[in-house]
Design a protein around this ligand. Structure first.
Ligand SMILES: Nc1ncnc2c1ncn2[C@@H]1O[C@H](COP(=O)(O)OP(=O)(O)OP(=O)(O)O)[C@@H](O)[C@H]1O
Length: 285
């Protein structure tokens, strides 16, 4: 459904996407992960034919992203692509007309806001509306750039249900998200860092051999302060402390010196921690 072959995009001297190859097959939900600026949107824009590649080629539905193939794509960009000074129903009618299809009925959840100007809606409702508009022409491929950002937990669950039901009907879905717990909704993950594809596969494949250390104490705050002081990159997760990619002995030394008793347990890292490690190793582009 989508294919990038050694795709590179440079802006002047800056390489935003560096020789990335990836695919999306029919019926699968592929999650594209990466920190801010990793190159996700630039890759998406090339896949959709909205931005030229500097090197490499993209394919949509088996060929270049020409007008006919692009008509079979559904895209929800980060800024939603809705007309803020039209109502939800007018946006739906306009987009449907542009694709040459009859406007579908608004789903029950959006019926109450059909006549509201998009600009007057909360961000969560705007995202739901953008989703409905993107699906109106029954696209074969869906590309969603952070569809759940700013959406409450219930609406997020509903959006993921809709994404899954699209995939169950054979639609290929490429979706970016900043909520790492949403990776579980994807069949396959891609992780970008500094323009490069640095991981692909399951959550386990993405994390690879990155380790973390869980630090358990009666009171987390002195331990947090001592590790922070020693410039060890600590993360507070609930009331427990985690330290990615650091030798447990170094942590023990710092806590011992500060007179803090703690239980130190090496554990597998999370996706966020893997991303943090990659961000710390950032190279100039
Ligand atoms: N038109 C452009 N001209 C110059 N630099 C650009 C342009 N578009 C993107 N970039 C740069 O390319 C890098 C990748 O941006 P991109 O928007 O693809 O990242 P992203 O992973 O989608 O980030 P986010 O999660 O914040 O949307 C960033 O450093 C960005 O500033």
């Amino acid at each position: 459904m989508l294919r990038a072959q050694s795709v590179t995009r440079r802006f002047g001297d800056f390489t935003a996407v560096d020789s990335v190859s990836m695919t999306v097959a029919p019926g699968e939900v592929v999650g594209l992960l990466g920190a801010n600026g990793a190159g996700k949107t630039t890759l998406i824009r090339m896949l959709l034919g909205l931005l030229a590649t500097t090197e490499g080629a993209v394919e949509v539905l088996g060929g270049p992203p020409d007008r006919t193939r692009r008509a079979r794509l559904g895209y929800v960009p980060q800024n939603l692509g809705l007309y803020r000074d039209l109502t939800v129903a007018e946006n739906l009618a306009f987009s449907s007309a542009a694709y040459g299809v009859a406007a579908p009925e608004l789903p029950a959840t959006l019926r109450g806001i059909g006549d509201t100007l998009v600009g007057d809606l909360a961000l969560g409702a705007q995202r739901q509306a953008a989703f409905v508009v993107a699906l109106a022409h029954e696209p074969a491929v869906l590309v969603l750039d952070e569809p759940t950002s700013g959406v409450d937990a219930l609406a997020r669950a509903e959006l993921w249900d809709t994404i899954r039901s699209q995939a169950d009907h054979g639609v290929g879905v490429l979706v970016t998200t900043h909520y790492m717990e949403e990776a579980q909704h994807c069949d396959r993950l891609l992780l970008m860092s500094d323009g490069e594809l640095v991981g692909a596969g399951s959550e386990k494949d993405i994390i690879g051999d990155t380790r973390a250390v869980a630090v358990q104490t009666d009171d987390w705050s002195p331990a947090f302060a001592a590790l922070n002081e020693a410039r060890i990159p600590v993360i507070l997760s609930g009331r427990s402390i985690r330290v990615p990619d650091t030798d447990p002995a170094a942590i023990t030394r710092v806590l011992d010196a500060a007179g803090i008793t703690a239980r130190i347990e090496p554990v597998s890292a999370t996706i966020e921690e893997r991303m943090l490690v990659l961000a710390r190793r950032r190279r100039p582009r």
